[in-house]
Write a protein that binds this ligand. Structure first.
Ligand SMILES: Cc1ncc(COP(=O)(O)O)c(C=O)c1O
Length: 461
């Protein structure tokens, strides 16, 4: 309880205050006294010569419960708090050097230097973002010579990285396709469910991962997509599926496209790793381009967090491929309408970096080389982890699934209790679904990680 002595009683002595406490029969630990000016907004109560303002010291936010830590970002917080020298953070999907340090790409530094030299201003961007960025981002995704671009059939709006772009699309679905379901893979990146839940878009899962083979459950995937209500949205990871690292083969992509077309579904791609999966920007966009070449209307969210290392710049885009340029113009106008009350217009810095790198032939080539190096480092670590597991594990277990996976992540198949052991005993931080980010692993730490995985796999049920 707070008792404020209004300025009308400047003569209140400590003895008087003690007396007052006693009269109110309150434990002194529950009573605070402070001198303050009379506040016209606090109801006051008169008691002899002393005017008191009584306020119960209970927050208006008492009903707000503590949110659980984010399953991915919460891992980094726990990692920071660990003081053990052997600790390893394989939770968040962020690229590290062999020394396990964050990496700023040389092309990004060069682009930023150019931007500084030009002394560009910081005026607001239009709601749809930087025109030069929107142009190059669609070209990077679909290929510059793709007829859908020349025909003006792609509505591109700059978004707040992959997450913000997915969110724009989710609100668009909720508004223009009320009741339509989004099908998401089981498992998927943890934030997908949050995005659709918060946008009030109903979703259900299609089978994707087969624990028996630690591979793709292709038959399950096909039958679940077939069984979904006609006209559903099917969320597909363009490449480097997160968390499993398991991608369909080109033939399987064709089959998925057949079923989607047959069922009149709308493909919705999430492309967060273009170039990072195989090292080739074109190869990693082939799934999206295959669907576009069939003349389908598609949604594609893009992110530059990983492939350009622009995690904190929040730069990405939502692209909606429409059958006509007229529809594309209308869709774009509505995406802008959704963005305006959410964040008004997007940030400029990351958009300029991407426009400078992708739009400049010399920097673009340099970027491709750097990306190949990053993707190459991850492939080397993947190979070394497999070699270490195979050499150390005498049980005869086949670890080759690790080599079949692609991109930043490996799905180890470890269950929650086993991942707890990885963290509690070995100080290896990872998500509870058994995913590890190989981008956070060095060659030097592969053997240690292999020991931790073998112990957790064989000694913990
Ligand atoms: C599948 C997938 N989609 C989207 C994102 C979005 O990331 P960001 O919002 O940083 O671009 C991520 C990041 O981990 C991801 O893995």
């Amino acid at each position: 309880m707070v008792i404020s002595l209004a300025s009308a009683s400047p003569s209140a002595s400590p003895a008087m205050l003690e007396n007052l406490k006693a009269q109110m029969k309150l434990g002194s630990s529950h009573v605070m006294f402070r001198k303050e000016k009379a506040n016209p907004f606090i109801k006051t109560q008169s008691s002899g010569r002393i005017t008191m303002a009584l306020a119960v010291n209970v927050s208006r936010f008492e009903g707000v419960t503590m949110a659980p830590p984010d399953p991915i970002l919460g891992v980094s917080e726990a990692f920071k708090a660990d003081t053990n020298d052997m600790k390893l953070n394989l939770g968040v999907g962020a690229y590290r050097t062999e020394e396990l340090q964050p990496y700023v790409l040389n092309v990004v530094k060069k682009a930023e230097n150019r931007m500084l030299e030009r002394r560009e201003n910081k005026e607001y961007l239009p709601i749809e973002g930087l025109a030069a960025f929107n142009k190059v981002t669609a070209e990077l995704l679909f290929g510059a010579d793709n007829p859908i671009i020349q025909q003006g059939r792609v509505a591109t709006v700059q978004g707040l990285s992959g997450t913000g772009s997915l969110r724009l699309a989710a609100v668009f679905i909720e508004r223009y396709f009320p009741g339509a379901k989004v099908l998401i893979s089981s498992p998927t990146w943890g934030n997908h469910k949050n995005i659709f839940n918060d946008s009030r878009v109903p979703w259900s899962e299609y089978r994707y991962y087969d624990p028996k083979t630690v591979g793709l459950d292709f038959d399950g995937l096909i039958s679940d997509i077939k069984a979904a209500p006609e006209g559903s949205f099917v969320l597909l990871h363009g490449c480097a599926h997160n968390p499993t690292g398991i991608d369909p083969t080109p033939e399987q992509w064709e089959k998925i496209a057949d079923i989607i077309q047959e069922r009149n579904h709308i493909p919705f791609f999430d492309v967060a790793y273009q170039g990072f999966a195989s090292g080739s920007l074109d190869a990693d966009a082939s799934s999206v381009r295959l669907f576009a070449a069939r003349g389908l209307e598609i949604l594609v969210a893009q992110s530059y967090s990983k492939n350009l290392g622009l995690y904190a710049e929040r730069i990405g885009a939502i692209n909606v491929v429409c059958s006509t340029s007229d529809a594309a113009a209308r869709v774009k106008s509505q995406l802008k309408r959704i963005a305006r009350p959410m964040y008004s217009n997007p940030p400029i810095h990351g958009a300029r970096i991407v426009a400078n790198v992708v739009g400049d032939p010399a920097l673009f080539n340099e970027w491709k080389e750097e990306m190949e190096l990053m993707a190459g480092r991850i492939k080397n670590v993947r190979q070394k982890l497999f070699d270490s597991l195979s050499a150390k594990d005498k049980s005869g277990k086949d670890w080759s699934f690790i080599l079949k996976q692609i991109g930043m992540f490996s799905f180890t198949g470890l269950n929650k209790t086993q991942t707890d052991n990885m963290t509690d005993k070995w100080h290896v931080y990872m998500t509870k679904d058994g995913r590890i980010s190989l981008a956070g692993l060095s060659l030097a730490k592969c053997e240690y990680l292999a020991d931790a995985i073998i112990d957790s796999f064989h000694n913990v049920s």
